[in-house]
Write a protein that binds this ligand. Structure first.
Ligand code: PA5
Length: 449
């Protein structure tokens, strides 16, 4: 496998027999996942997305990406939750760290900027200012087609497109990624003739990065979506056997449940690469929405190292003992940097001359694993060989399949998200949305008390 799961640091936390003891439960979870005998069975189509996708639509995605590259300096991707996290983490993972800061002439591809994932007016104002009179297009992504945050943002950026290009040309610069048949966005896309892409019925938001939701923005950013799908397809094959001695994604699912049952209730996803911050945000949605329900579930959090060793590190080392850590460790950076020599040794760094920054980063990782283990924090590591599309495809699938198994091991439906509705009902009441008058009245009365 491309991704390597390493549980060797768990020795003092998990006895030798414990993984094997999970096999029967993993077999049952595997049956629920693969044969659809578990809750949420209608939302398992992501399992085969890397191989069973619509090839014509895939070609249309590439053509749309080319058009965007040829006529736009900026692509504004509007969506929230599963409708943007995968695309943003992939673009960060695959591109130059400062690609957003490069000038248009140094950049071969459009800037991809995300909007509609908050209700911040400052953010939208600043983005409108950044676009200024530059050429831009919009990819609006919403499975339901009715989510408030992206709907508001879409109105605003659509208005700017129409003002700049006129209605007819604006409609050609809008790409809609939504349900094949239902929702307000679908109705609008049909009425205005936007080029549309389909979010398959059986693919929930947090499992949607390998469908047009992620693929169009990733392709527009200049990354190779064929390689991304190839990596994921390899992982689809690699993680099919439920035997825990062979399937490392299932091992990860089993170990985190073993640890959870011992009281390690919060899992920190960690990296040693700033361009993987958004990867942790994507993972947090995948884990949190999949597992946090029925008043149980591992709480997913994250830390970015070595940065946060100078902040959260204190707590992790010596605070309350309920944390476990999963590091995604890049084994070989695409570019390493040598630590330069100096004649004198005023900074005391002579002992590192000729060594590279990645050498230091890796020693930091090894030191942290030892320190945290000694401090009572179990650490697991997911090694990736390098940062490219193929590896990312493998990594995405590794965590997706692990989360499906993990959710079933904990006896919940890993594919629904009933809890995200509660605030929406209240917000609609307070905003005065038709149909929510009673909720609004009740909430206002409570707030006035
Ligand atoms: O995972 C989910 O289902 C959610 O986070 C959704 O992705 C998010 O609420 C956006 O929904 P939609 O794509 O319908 O606008």
């Amino acid at each position: 496998t491309t991704v390597k799961f390493d549980s060797s640091a768990l020795k003092q936390f998990v006895h030798d027999n414990e993984l094997g003891e999970m096999q029967a439960m993993v077999n049952a979870a595997n049956d629920e996942l693969r044969n659809g005998t578990g809750a949420g069975a209608d939302f398992r189509d992501w399992l085969h997305l890397p191989t069973e996708y619509d090839k014509d639509e895939f070609a249309r995605i590439k053509a749309a990406a080319k058009k965007i590259q040829s006529d736009s300096d900026i692509l504004v991707v509007i969506g929230i939750g599963g409708s943007y996290l995968g695309a943003q983490m992939a673009i960060d993972f695959l591109h130059n760290t400062f690609y957003q800061a490069q000038s248009a002439k140094d950049r071969k591809y459009p800037l991809v900027i995300f909007a509609g994932n908050s209700l911040s007016s400052t953010y939208v104002h600043d983005l409108l200012q950044l676009i200024g009179d530059k050429d831009f297009s919009v990819d609006v992504v919403s499975k339901s087609g009715t989510t408030t945050e992206p709907s508001i943002a879409f109105r605003i950026f659509k208005k700017k497109l129409i003002e700049k290009y006129g209605l007819k040309e604006a409609n050609k610069r809008i790409y809609a990624t939504t349900d094949k048949a239902k929702g307000a966005l679908k109705t609008e896309a049909d009425a205005n003739g936007y080029e549309s892409f389909v979010i398959p019925d059986g693919v929930g938001g947090r499992y949607s990065v390998l469908c047009p939701v992620g693929l169009l923005p990733i392709a527009a950013s200049g990354a190779d979506i064929d390689k991304l799908m190839e990596g994921a397809a390899q992982a689809e094959k690699d993680y099919v056997d439920p035997d825990l001695t062979k399937n490392e994604a299932y091992q990860y699912a089993a170990y985190r449940n073993i640890l959870y049952r011992k009281g390690y209730e919060t899992e920190l996803l960690e990296n040693y690469e700033p361009n993987m911050r958004m990867f942790a945000e994507w993972w947090k949605q995948l884990a949190g929405e999949s597992e946090g329900k029925d008043q149980k579930g591992i709480y997913p959090s994250s830390a970015n190292f070595t940065t946060d060793l100078h902040s959260l590190g204190q707590y992790i080392q010596e605070g309350r003992r309920f944390l476990m850590e999963t590091v995604v460790k890049l084994d070989k950076p695409n570019f390493d940097v040598e630590i330069p020599s100096e004649d004198d040794n005023l900074d005391g760094l002579k002992y590192l001359e000729g060594k590279t920054m990645d050498f230091a980063n890796t020693k930091a990782y090894e030191a942290v694993v030892a320190a945290h283990t000694a401090g009572g924090v179990p650490v697991m590591t997911v090694h990736i060989p390098e940062e490219n599309e193929y590896t990312l495809g493998c990594l995405i699938y590794f965590f997706e399949v692990a989360m499906g198994i993990s959710g079933y091991l904990n006896g919940i439906n890993p594919f629904n998200q009933p809890g995200v509705e509660a605030y929406k009902t209240n917000m609609f009441g307070l905003l005065g949305k038709p149909g929510y008058e009673e909720v609004g009245k009740k909430l206002r009365a409570e707030m006035e008390k």
